[in-house]
Design a protein around this ligand. Structure first.
Ligand code: YXS
Length: 258
């Protein structure tokens, strides 16, 4: 599912499941989480998350749709394997840098948003797809986008589910640096070289402070319960079942708004 490597205190993780275009299956999520635990024990100073090239030029096709519950169960609960992976990335005590070549879809977009930095080349696109499946994204996931992008751009990504091209992604702030395909690796290595010059303890603490500060959103109990109730309405809906079914049948969904 993944290829891992350690070179001079830097850990490299390559998504490597070309059969489903690096879909973030539970197995792949768990392997990345286990690798991060190993990297932490080895006091790795930076992690690069990238994808092995595939014929479809897809970095990751997002959550494995075949593993999504077909209704009547929260599809993105706190302990869903993908959510556990996102927590692990946010809490890893060193910078996690996404190196992106190719298209990024759905839950993989959220994964990118949880990385500390994103370096992408001109082939990169980013699509946020829950509405394509009639799926109620979760509050923490939407928060990852709100922490990074202007509100109007967050709405455009979620409401259109259209891929955002590399140049727009840089303009919107999804990407730290946009490079040519040839410059991608070199640019990532330059960022890492600068990181390795600095105190790993100070970096780890400042990363955790940033996480605590950006995740600190006041939410009333009524607000929490309203969000959960609205999400249940969606994952219990005809539209969600139709979204999943249409993907599996490789046809365009016909939504009813109920
Ligand atoms: O038909 P076979 O068996 O060869 O399998 C096909 C696809 O079914 C499979 N595949 C996936 N399997 C599980 N989960 C996926 N996310 C997924 N994506 C693809 O990979 C094989 C090759 O795909 P194919 O023939 O469509 O390749 P293509 O080059 O024509 O198109 C590549 C994509 C990525 C444009 C296309 O596969 C696609 O649109 N995939 C779905 C992207 C997407 O909507 N992902 C979001 C998943 S749901 C999620 O992440 C969150 C829950 S949410 O939606 O809330 O964000």
């Amino acid at each position: 599912m993944i290829i891992t490597e350690i070179k001079e205190n830097v850990g490299y993780i390559s998504l490597n499941d070309s059969s489903k275009l690096n879909a973030l299956s539970a197995e792949m999520d768990d392997q990345i989480v286990a690798c991060l635990k190993d990297f932490e024990e080895k006091k790795i100073r930076a992690v690069v998350l990238k994808a092995s090239p595939n014929r479809h030029n897809v970095w990751s096709s997002g959550h494995d749709v075949n593993e999504l519950p077909v209704g009547h169960r929260d599809p993105l609960g706190y302990f869903d394997h993908l959510e556990v992976l996102l927590h692990a990335i946010k809490r890893f005590p060193a910078p996690v840098i996404a190196q992106v070549h190719g298209s990024v879809w759905g839950g993989a977009c959220d994964l990118i948003m949880c990385c500390d930095m994103v370096i992408a080349d001109s082939t990169a696109t980013f699509a946020m797809t829950p509405t394509k499946l009639g799926l109620p994204y979760n509050a923490s996931g939407i928060g990852h986008f709100l922490n990074r992008l202007h509100l109007n751009n967050v709405r455009e990504m979620f409401f259109t589910a259209q891929p955002v091209d590399a140049e727009t992604a840089e303009k919107w702030g999804i990407v730290n640096h946009l490079t040519t395909e040839e410059e991608l690796e070199g640019t990532v290595e330059q960022i890492i070289a600068a990181i390795l010059n600095n105190s790993p303890m100070a970096i780890a603490i400042i990363k955790e402070q940033i996480r605590v500060l950006v995740d600190a959103r006041p939410l009333s109990p009524d607000g929490f319960e309203r969000i959960q109730g609205l999400r249940r309405k969606v994952y219990d809906s005809y539209d969600y079942a139709e979204g999943i079914q249409s993907f599996k049948e490789k046809r365009k969904p016909v939504f009813r708004g109920e």
